[in-house]
Ligand binder design. Structure first.
Ligand code: AMP
Length: 214
């Protein structure tokens, strides 16, 4: 499980770990509740319609919806060989529901906490851009594309997430502090928590992450 504030780099790293896993014959499913919700919003489903209001305001989607979604996802075939949870759990009830659904058969092997100072998070989120075609993540100053607004990988248009606006970011960080941060002690008490200094460059964080996961 990858735990940390919005903008800490959990999604970027999880994507890379999953790509490496696929390339080295050790597949691992990247389960991002944020990505799953955004897919529902794009597909115009009822769930997406309900979730969008919460997401755009930087608030959490209700626990019951998220828990059901994750329980179903970790039962899918590609998750049999292992998974990384990215962005879940975000509340204590979600963590408890996860414990219950995993039981003793597939215990969590580790919870990796991506530590980043708050001032750094805001800059990362406001500058973040995503390719509409392939989902690659860029940043206007930290990781710019060769041509502004165009993905280097496939020429797709770069978009800004609707919740990466200043007011929504403030709300997301507040929600993180009040609802998600208590999970650090929840997992520390279970001796599952490992901390990584995620304020460094993605390449350095990736190397350390691989060591930690091994
Ligand atoms: P993320 O991409 O992880 O930053 O998630 C984007 C948004 O999706 C969040 O701000 C929430 O509105 C919603 N979301 C994602 N994961 C969860 C979760 N585990 N619980 C509640 N809401 C979530």
């Amino acid at each position: 499980m990858f735990l940390g504030a919005p903008g800490a780099g959990k999604g970027t790293q999880a994507k890379q770990v999953a790509e490496r896993g696929a390339a080295t014959g050790a597949p691992i499913a990247h389960i991002s509740t944020g990505d799953m919700l955004r897919a529902q919003v794009s597909a115009g489903t009822e769930l997406g319609r309900q979730a969008k209001g919460f997401m755009d305001q930087g608030q959490l989607v209700p626990d019951a919806v998220i828990i059901a979604m994750v329980q179903q996802r970790i039962g899918e075939p590609d998750a049999k060989s292992g998974w990384i949870l990215d962005g879940f759990p975000r509340t204590l009830p979600q963590a408890e529901a996860l414990d219950e659904s995993l039981g003793d058969s597939t215990p969590l092997s580790a919870v990796i906490y991506f530590a980043v100072p708050e001032a750094e998070l805001v800059g990362r989120l406001t500058g973040r851009r995503t390719c509409a075609k392939c989902g690659a993540i860029w940043h206007v100053t930290n990781k710019p594309t060769k041509v502004a607004g165009v993905c280097d990988l496939d020429g797709g248009e770069l978009t800004q997430r609707s919740d990466d606006r200043e007011e929504a970011i403030r709300e997301r960080l507040d929600v993180y502090r009040s609802q998600t941060e208590p999970l650090l002690s929840y997992y520390r008490n279970r001796e599952l928590l490992r901390e990584i200094d995620a304020s460094r460059s993605p390449a350095v964080v990736f190397e350390e992450l691989l060591k930690l996961m091994q």
